[in-house]
Design a protein around this ligand. Sequence first.
Ligand code: SAM
Length: 314
Amino acid sequence: MGLASDRSCEKNLGLYADENAAIPWRQTNLMFGKTLDYLFLRSLAHRRNLATEEQLDLLFRHASTESFDKAVLKLRKLVARFEGYFPIASGLSYLDMGCGSGELTLAFAKLGIKRITGVDFLPRYIDRARAQARLTGAGQGIRFICRDLRNWTPEEKYDVLLSFDALEHIDDPGAFLGKMTNFLAPGGIAVLAFGPLFHSPFGDHMWDFFRLQIPWRGILFSEQSMLRVRRECFRPTDAARSYRDIAGGLNLMRYSEFLRHVADNGWRFDYLAVNTFLNRLPPLRFICDMVVMRLPVVRDYFAHNVCATLRRAP
Ligand SMILES: C[S@@+](CC[C@H](N)C(=O)[O-])C[C@H]1O[C@@H](n2cnc3c(N)ncnc32)[C@H](O)[C@@H]1O
């Protein structure tokens, strides 16, 4: 199945800036030193969302139609955000990479999709996705597989590869963008929507246990202190000592690295948009596109989310 494109849309800028510009702050920083960082962060944290892995497993056992209804709405918005570069057609096969508990995967059935496979490596998510599939009466063509995408070989190839809010989590995203080409049917495309990116203001994904959100917290404060507070206030049974070690962790990829990985792995953009939430704020949209995204190093600290449709370069 070939998904023809006679147009390509790179809405946001930065594609032609120097992708090889030196990247400062490769390591996460120490704001005040490890101990003071910890004491400061701990004073801003709460324990209202604290849960052990066992409690999370139990929580994910219950399916509900409520989350499904929300997902259908979310998917419609997501498709609209791609301005016509997100193909929805019942004859196509779809692969949802990093599907989590499958709400969005299942929402595709509501849009008329008959063949879609969701893959995630966390068993509790796939258990929940399968329970949701039973509850919503999903057809035979909709299935869920519990596997690590980085070493999974699919039985078939897919017309449309999807990935929502997962590319900032999957470890070694450069290698993964290469691996994705093995999942793709001839003429197929990949539709990616992800973020917040780690180096953007709220990219540390740690908002669930802080009372006050400090922009760029993940790069300002020491990784060890952040993870220590996370263990004490949020996930006491997750021993992760680094962002990468968290189950379904954070790969710390920068926007400029994403652009480079795309090119290095023989993809090209049919569509690229950054910080789509600014579309409703035209003056900020203008500043973002005309100034921020044109400054090679600065843009990495402001690129919050990315929507991209990729196809194989000729
Ligand atoms: C933030 S969740 C997004 C879930 C879903 N796509 C959504 O939008 O609701 C990211 C997901 O990627 C999954 N993930 C990360 N690395 C993975 C890998 N190597 N293989 C499979 N799944 C992975 C995580 O388990 C997690 O469920």
